[in-house]
Design a protein around this ligand. Sequence first.
Ligand SMILES: [Zn+2]
Length: 85
Amino acid sequence: MAKSDQATCEVKVEGAWQPVTAAEAYAQHRSAQKRCPECHGQVMTVSTYSHTIRIRLSHRKGHDGCSLQPDRFKGVRSPHPQALA
Ligand SMILES: [Zn+2]
């Protein structure tokens, strides 16, 4: 079972989207554009400190058609209205 800090996003590197883990995006691609691999909406990395630093992904604009946002997902996947191309 995947841990939440193994979440992946896509970062734009030299004009091409590449999948990376949230931790890699945070450490190595902080200024690059990032998008959700499912709905292609823009995401940002958010670090939380408890016992260890955890990096998670947060949609910049919420979207209820993305299963990677379980607190908002309404059960039907749809592209983000402001998807990054
Ligand atoms: Zn999404």
